[in-house]
Each structure stands twice: as C-alpha cells, then as structure tokens.
Design a protein around this ligand. Structure first.
Ligand code: NAD
Ligand code: DAU
Length: 358
C-alpha cells in the first residue's frame, strides 16, 4: 500500500525546507514528497538532515511541467499539495520579470490543472478531504501609509512589483479554481519571514553575512521602509493549522505583529554580532551601514492583521523579534558549511548585478 503523504512544492527553498523539517518532526502519519526544480534558490543542503528519513522523498520537477506533476500525483496519491514554489525575490523581479510570470503565474496554472485532474478523479470522501494550500504574500495588497490600518483579508489587491503582481495573478487563479471547479483550495498571505536556510539575497541573511565579512551593509533609500517580521517556524505552524483547520475557499493572513524599519533591523543585527562575534578591530558593525540608491517602486510599509488566523485556526506566533533574530544570527554563525555552499559563483554574479551600480 502507498504510504499516505502530502506533496510540497519548492521544498528546497527557505520556507519550504523549514516546513519539511517541522512536518517530519510533528506529523509522523503523513510522509512528505518535495517537488522542486532546484533553481538558484533551491538548496538540497538545507534538507541534508532529513534526506535519508523514510518519511521524506525528493522529486526534481518544474511545477509548470503538467505531465510530470500528473505522474507524481498518480504515483503518490497525496492528501494535500502545499505550493511554496515561486520566484520570490523582488529585486530579481525588477531585473528580470519574465521568470516570475513563467513560474508564479503559468507554473501555478499548470500545477492547478494537474491537481484538478487528480482531485476530480478521487473517490468522494478522499476528494472532500483533499486540500490545495497556496502560500502567498502580504505584498499582493500593495503599500501602506504610516497611519493606515494593517492589511486584512478584505484589503483590495494592489501589487506594485513584478514579483507581487505575479503572486497576485497566482492567487486569483487559485481563487477561481475554487469558485469554478470547487477545488478545496486555501491561500495564506504572510509577511516577511526570517530564520535558518534563507538565501542571502534577502535583507536579514545578507546583513549577517556582509557584517561577518566586514563588507558594507547596503540600506536602500532612507532605511525607513517598514516590514512586519515573522520567524519562519511560526509561519510553518500557521500553514499546518491552515491545512487541518482552514476552510476551503478562504484566505488567511499571517504576520508577526512586529513592524520594524529596515534601519532598525540592521542595527539590531549589528548589536547581536558586536556581542557574539566582535570585529577583530573592535569597531562596531554599525559602522559598515551604507545607504544606497532605493529599490524602484519600493513599497513603504507592510503590516498584517492576523485576527482571522488567530480566531479560526487558533494560531499565534511564539517567537518575538528579539528571540527569533538572536536564534537566526546564531544559526548563521553555527553553520559555516551551509553558508560556504551558498555564496558561490551564481551568488557573486547576483551581488554584482544588484549592487554595483547603486
Ligand atoms: P525561495 O526563493 O527561498 O524558494 C523557492 C523554491 O521554489 C526554491 O527551492 C526553488 O528551487 C523552487 N522553485 C522555483 N521555481 C520552481 C518551479 N518552476 N518549479 C518547482 N520549484 C521551483 O522562496 P521562499 O522565501 O522560501 O518563499 C516560498 C514561498 O513563500 C513563495 O511562494 C513566496 O512567494 C512565499 N512567501 C515568502 C515570504 C518570505 O519572506 N520569504 C513571505 C511570504 C510569502
Ligand atoms: O512581505 C513578504 C515578502 O517579503 C515576500 O513575499 C518576499 O518573497 C520576500 O522576499 C520579502 O520581500 P521584501 O522585498 O520585503 O524582502 P527583502 O529581504 O528583499 O527586503 C526587505 C526590506 O529591506 C525591503 O524594504 C528592501 C530592503 N533592503 C533589501 C535588501 C536586499 C535593503 O535595504 N537592502 C538590501 O540589500
């Protein structure tokens, strides 16, 4: 008999890998199949600890490859599909939006088609219990002014970057597949995550690694843009709860209730490093902060109202920013091999592309 399982797409990325680790530790009755294309952001080293676990399997594939996804669904017969796979970095979407449209919109469409075909042929009870969970972002709601209330699930979509527009497109497709075909789909819209295994193109790991290397810490614009930071483990818990308790057709906002300006985040990291890994010349890490040209179209502020997730799913974050950021800095200090594997040729090319003309 096939072992009951879920399929996770994009599980070799930052949040997907954290989700798989958490899933294997907490859900022994359901194994997890990781379908990942292994783009620059997919890193098998993030899954080394579960590689030989009987509850884990890996399939290298593109979510846009309809036939391969159909074959995997038919072989593995998952009770749920959790879709993390995406191009996820805003700056890359500004330099090259095509890949974002391809994976986030066309890829999600092909995945939905494959899942719809699999799901509609399931026996009644299994079909009723099946879930498609689509992992989305708060960026689809656009940008807030300082005095605006946080985004709720009723906030209108107003995406501003090619990344957020492509995520919004995928969210609309997911919504339509529920409305039109009855696919039991749930969408989660989460704020900025941080934690172990994050690729150092994103602010927090970039700042940690640059500071350790004594390199400039690039802060875009005036550094006063605000993000709502959530420790990745809390996001993974929310997704598991949305799978078990969420209502099909619904969206759930997930956020840390933890708004910080970018410059504040950078200073906090510098302070922790001054304590845990003082620079050899004893200079404060803050002295490396360098203001650089702003991101075009840079959203000023995101903030999430997670009341619905709290009321319906019983979800609350457990880490504060202070506890989460300390764990995160320690993780990067304690995992030099993972870091070394990541900051290779392709990464250096990206750093050159994004920062040389700022
Ligand atoms: P990531 O860039 O670290 O990882 C993306 C993963 O998807 C990689 O493993 C990559 O190989 C894989 N992938 C890319 N294209 C693929 C394709 N066509 N087929 C199969 N696999 C493919 O991303 P992340 O930060 O872990 O984000 C995961 C999801 O969560 C994304 O959908 C993102 O939009 C969403 N999200 C991220 C954050 C955040 O702060 N990082 C916050 C809210 C929502
Ligand atoms: O809000 C959720 C989103 O958070 C996710 O949907 C995205 O996938 C994820 O990448 C993240 O998007 P951001 O653009 O907010 O994250 P990033 O880490 O790229 O940037 C965070 C803030 O820091 C943002 O205001 C831009 C700024 N920044 C970023 C970099 C890389 C800098 O000031 N300097 C930098 O070098």
């Amino acid at each position: 008999m096939t072992q009951a399982c879920i399929i996770v797409t994009g599980g070799a990325g930052f949040i997907g890998a954290n989700f798989i680790h958490q899933w294997i530790a907490t859900e022994p009755a359901l194994s997890v199949i990781n379908l990942d294309k292994l783009t620059y952001a997919g890193n098998p080293a993030s899954l080394r600890a579960v590689e030989s676990n009987p509850n884990y399997a890996f399939a290298r594939a593109d979510i846009g490859d309809f036939d391969t996804v159909c074959r995997l669904l038919a072989q593995r017969k998952p009770v749920a599909v959790v879709n993390f796979a995406a191009e996820s970095h805003v700056d890359r979407s500004i330099h090259g939006p095509g890949e974002f449209v391809q994976t986030n919109i066309v890829g999600t469409f092909q995945l939905l088609e494959a899942v719809r075909s699999y799901w509609s042929a399931l026996p009644n009870e299994t079909r009723r219990q099946f879930r498609f969970l689509h992992v989305s972002t708060d960026e689809v709601y656009g940008s807030l002014q300082a005095s605006d209330p946080p985004f709720t699930e009723r906030s209108p979509y107003a995406p501003n970057s090619p990344y957020s527009a492509s995520k919004a497109g995928s969210d609309h497709l997911v919504r339509a597949y529920h409305h039109t075909y009855g696919l039991p789909a749930i969408t989660t819209n989460c704020s900025n995550n941080y934690g172990p295994y994050q690729f150092p193109e994103k602010l927090i790991p970039l700042v940690i690694l640059n500071a350790l290397a004594g390199k400039p810490l690039p802060v875009y614009g005036d550094g006063m843009n605000v993000r709502d930071w959530l420790y990745v483990g809390d996001h993974c818990t929310a997704i598991r709860l949305a799978l078990s308790k969420g209502r099909p057709g619904e969206m759930y906002n997930i956020g840390g209730n933890n708004e910080r300006t970018n410059i504040d985040v950078v200073r906090v990291i510098c302070g922790i490093l001054d304590e845990l890994r003082p620079a050899s010349d004893r200079k404060k890490h803050e002295s490396l902060i360098t203001y650089v040209a702003d991101r075009p179209g840079h959203d000023r502020r995101y903030a999430i109202d997670a009341t619905k997730s709290s009321d319906e799913l019983g979800w609350k974050p457990t880490d504060t920013f202070e506890s989460g950021i300390r764990k995160t800095v320690r993780w990067y200090l304690d995992n030099p091999d993972w870091v070394q594997g990541v900051v290779s040729g392709e990464y250096r090319k990206w750093v050159e592309t994004n920062y040389s003309r700022r």
